[in-house]
Design a protein around this ligand. Structure first.
Ligand code: SF4
Length: 451
């Protein structure tokens, strides 16, 4: 079985779930599609022309496998949004599975085995169950992903996720804590708690007054995972400024196991645009949250996302975004050019910012952020960072690469006894916009497994 994953960490984790579901049927993973009996494309609709790219990839993979006749399947958001049309446009595809129907994958593959020509499952019944992942199917090596909430109730006007992944379903708090604890015992050094909007995590929690259901249980979850799991590096994505709170910062301050990185997508600095995006917060509230983060006891790395060229975005609106970026000084910023997505309200509003204007705004933002980023990174000069070693640096045979608790890439000269999975102290000696460089100080801990 060959599986190719596009998109975010949620999709990477969904591919791990697909592997976990198919292994008991006798499938083994290969990284060579030309030898595979089953080829799965796990797709993402966030980027422009996502479905075109999927059809292009299906054709390319079919050319590679001309000598065989593998089952080709499409999973993920494009499967949900294009549905049966996929069979028409790409006749070699025999399997289509939406994100909420992933647990049906083994049954669908069995149907094809039994001679069915095609199989499709696009259920959107918002079931609360979560597919368990076996450790052999995890892909992130020393970092493990754990889904805490599926789906999204926010309905941002540009986003297809509520359509493809459905309403929010949170996983019980005890089951999350238990999985993270088990991953720690299995040797994973870092765990990422995942969800489209982790801040709206809800669960039954124990209180002095008794057990009760809380809509806003994310701080509680963070505190329990930090204190009870035994894992010393815990990160989470993605946050939403409407549900993010000062309480979360406080819990992070109190628990050093919660890494010093916060990704808080702002999307625009203009209240007019935020309103049309249905984001549910104002620029002022966002800056208040940034104030809480900057005023915290620990030094957090703060990163964000911005969409440029949203329908109706004027020069003034964009200026307000530039202004906010200048004021906040993010440690990293992921900028996207707006393009309409099917099944979203904004798709009906016209894509009225000309491509040339979008490009200019994108470049302007990139240039501004580039200056800010290098200046911000400068505060790490001389600082000793805790780095989880990922492996050899792609740029130098003599260097190792890893990532800090603040999610920065850190390169440093290889040292005796330092292997992937080790956690080391590195003193930063120089900075670039997208990485830090330093000298090895000492080994903090050796890998337990997965080296
Ligand atoms: S919060 Fe908005 S952008 Fe994020 S997944 Fe939900 S609808 Fe999409």
């Amino acid at each position: 079985m060959f599986i190719e994953t596009h998109g975010c960490q949620m999709n990477v984790h969904d591919s791990e779930k697909a592997l976990s579901l198919l292994r008991p049927m006798g499938f083994a993973e290969t990284d060579d599609p030309s030898t595979a009996d089953l080829i799965l494309l796990n797709t993402c609709s966030v980027r422009e022309k996502a479905s075109e790219k999927v059809f292009h990839r299906v054709r390319a993979l079919r050319l590679l496998t001309e000598q065989r006749d593998p089952v080709v399947g499409v999973l993920g958001c494009v499967a949900q949004s294009e549905a049966e049309q996929i069979f028409e446009r790409a006749p070699s595809v025999r399997l289509v599975v939406g994100p909420q129907a992933l647990d049906g994958l083994p049954d669908l593959v069995s149907q094809l085995d039994r001679g069915f020509d095609r199989a499709i499952d696009l259920r959107q019944d918002n079931r609360p169950d979560f597919v368990a992942v076996d450790d052999r199917s995890r892909r992130a090596g020393l970092v493990a992903f754990v889904t805490i909430i599926e789906g999204c109730n926010k309905n941002c006007s540009y986003c297809i996720v509520p359509y493809t992944r459905g309403r929010e379903r949170s996983r019980p708090i005890d089951s999350v804590v238990e999985e993270v604890r088990r991953l720690g015992e299995a040797g994973y050094r870092e765990v990422h708690l995942l969800g489209q909007n982790v801040n709206s995590y809800a669960s039954w929690v124990e209180r002095a007054s008794g057990r009760r259901f809380e809509e806003n249980a994310f701080p509680e979850l963070l505190a329990r995972v930090a204190r009870e799991s035994g894992v010393s590096r815990i990160k989470y994505t993605t946050s939403h400024p409407r549900d993010f709170s000062e309480k979360i910062v406080q819990v992070m301050d109190d628990n050093p196991e919660l890494c010093d990185w916060i990704h808080l997508p702002v999307q625009s600095g203009s209240n007019r645009t935020l309103k049309r995006m249905f984001r549910g917060y104002t620029r002022e509230r966002y800056l208040e949250l940034v104030g809480a983060i900057r005023g915290a006891r620990r030094d957090y790395s703060l990163t964000s996302d911005v969409i440029v060229g949203f329908p109706g975005e004027s020069d003034d609106d964009f200026e307000e975004t530039l202004d906010l970026v200048r004021e906040v000084e993010f440690d990293a910023l992921y900028t996207f050019n707006y393009s309409p997505r099917p099944h979203t309200p904004a798709a009906d509003w016209g894509d009225d910012v000309p491509p040339q204007v979008k490009r200019e705004r994108f470049d302007q933002l990139l240039e501004l952020q580039g200056e800010i980023q290098i200046r911000r990174a400068g505060r790490y000069l001389g600082v000793v960072c805790e780095v989880l070693v990922d492996g050899r640096s792609a740029r130098s045979d003599t260097d190792l690469t890893g990532h800090s608790t603040g999610n920065a890439v850190v390169n440093f000269p290889a040292a005796d006894g330092v292997v992937p999975g080790a956690v080391v102290a590195v003193r930063i000696t120089s900075v670039k916009a997208h990485s830090l460089y330093g000298e090895f100080v000492k080994l903090l801990s050796s890998p337990v497994v997965n080296s």
